[in-house]
Design a protein around this ligand. Structure first.
Ligand code: SF4
Length: 216
């Protein structure tokens, strides 16, 4: 199971309710995936992380804020420093390379995250706060041309004929259902998706402001 960090409240009732709702979506998804994995035996190759290597998620503000809160509370990052770091990623981190993958962190000329997360290729440094798309990949069903849900594995996954047959009995969670739930938390933000690094900057700006109001 995931290692969700129990968040302390920010003091902003609406914001805290949103964070609890995101947590609930992730926990519901994880619960369904745990059943799917148990019944089918399908899993990722050990230490893989290939799906993160050439990919940067584009995420909703509410997902970015959840991730930022996890980083604040798990790692104690400083919002202002994290904004500077995200805005000054080296060219190796051109868009399309997730700056949160351990291998990418190890390449980074900025060392804060490397110090937090020593280099182990193929792992996420923000696992407990990672966005929805990262949780869904390889463990979700999508509608086919006729609208019927079909399980879509990652090509690198370990699977057998028997395990794939199991997917006809136990359906992997339907990806769009969780995407819709996430969007419905703040319908006005549905068109505000940004690549992770930019979404995180905005999230830390918002949270930094919220905390400074709280302290003043
Ligand atoms: S946030 Fe984590 S899981 Fe998602 S792409 Fe980046 S490194 Fe991979």
């Amino acid at each position: 199971m995931d290692d969700f960090i129990k968040m302390k409240g920010s003091g902003n009732i609406t914001f805290d309710a949103d964070m609890a709702a995101v947590n609930k979506i992730y926990q519901d998804l994880e619960g369904k995936q745990a059943i799917f994995i148990k019944e089918t035996g399908i899993h990722c190759p050990a230490g893989c992380g290939d799906c993160c290597t050439r990919f940067e998620p584009d995420i909703l503000p509410v997902e970015a804020e959840f991730l930022a809160m996890q980083m604040l509370q798990k790692e104690g990052v400083d919002p202002a420093a994290e904004i500077v770091r995200m805005e000054n990623l080296s060219e190796q981190f051109s868009q399309g390379v997730c700056p949160m993958q351990q291998y990418n962190v190890a390449l980074s000329v900025t060392t804060e995250r490397a110090a937090i997360a020593p280099a182990i290729a193929g792992a996420c440094t923000v696992y407990s706060g990672r966005p929805l798309v990262c949780r869904i990949f390889g463990f979700a069903s999508y509608a086919d041309k006729t609208g019927n849900p079909v399980y879509v594995p990652c090509k690198l996954m370990t699977q057998t004929e028997e395990s794939l047959q199991g997917t006809s009995k136990i359906l992997a969670p339907i990806a769009t259902a969780y995407g819709t739930r996430m969007e419905s938390l703040r319908p006005q933000d549905a068109v505000q998706r940004l690549f992770l690094r930019k979404a995180l900057v905005r999230a830390f700006q918002k949270i930094g402001m919220m905390f400074s109001f709280k302290e003043s």
